[in-house]
Design a protein around this ligand. Sequence first.
Ligand code: HSE
Length: 295
Amino acid sequence: MPDRSVTVRVPATSANLGPGFDSLGVALDWTGLITIRISDDRQPSPDGPMEHMAASAALALLEQAGERPAGIVATYEGDMPVGRGLGMSAAARAGGLVAANALLGDRLTMEELLALAIRLEGHGDNIIPALFGGVQVVMEDEGVPVHVKIVPPDDLRLALLVPEFSMPTEESRRLLPTSLTRNQAVHNIGRAAMVVAAITQGRYDVLRTAVEDILHQPARGTLFPAMFPIFEAARMAGAYGVYLSGGGSTIAAFVSPTNGEHVAGAMRERAAAHGVDSVTRVVAMSNTGTEVVSR
Ligand code: HSE
């Protein structure tokens, strides 16, 4: 294949939104750039985790399409945190797939890309907003991903507290309960539906209770003892609701456009009081998923 490259912009994502385990996710206005370059010459392999995952995803797609470039190199530019529950593997894979598809002349539809993305990623609540943007409600129908997008409201932000430590998703998923009682299931079903209703209808007053979860956060809290105290600090500072982003360690608080820095500061202070160093960032939700910026 001739020497060519494509650059795409990819968003970080926040999954679960509290009770919507593996079912809700949102694209964030926190993006990075991934470039995939293919050539006839063998090139040095990419080294960082983003580059490695983006190149593997791109290669998987090119091979599926019957192309086998001798050289494939991914480069990543950005400051999205890796291993902190902000969907970095999804961003890398979405970036690699969309860029590779652009190199193929957009041979596949986005839904066809998604099928491969889910095979690589396992669950859809990061990769679907990473590809398509917005708040996404996701499910699987006999192995086929089904997703509905909600345009994010413009009067809601997320204050993110990103701890210095990472929480490996696979390890923390092993801690989760394998069964729930009916009452526990009803607790999460009602709240996950309520999160969607609250975001759609601007009923941010119900988010405080709606984001509560008993399916994954209590178990994950055992790996992150400061988590619930930080939740409390966010609520006391006026957050609408606060949850563990994806598998952690980032904590995300729904806030008004004017209260984000105050909530972020309160969370950072409480984290520090528990010996957890962190950085904070207030972001809007984004309606845009992965997009090609140059080809
Ligand atoms: N829904 C997933 C989890 C997101 O909670 O494990 C993590 O990437």
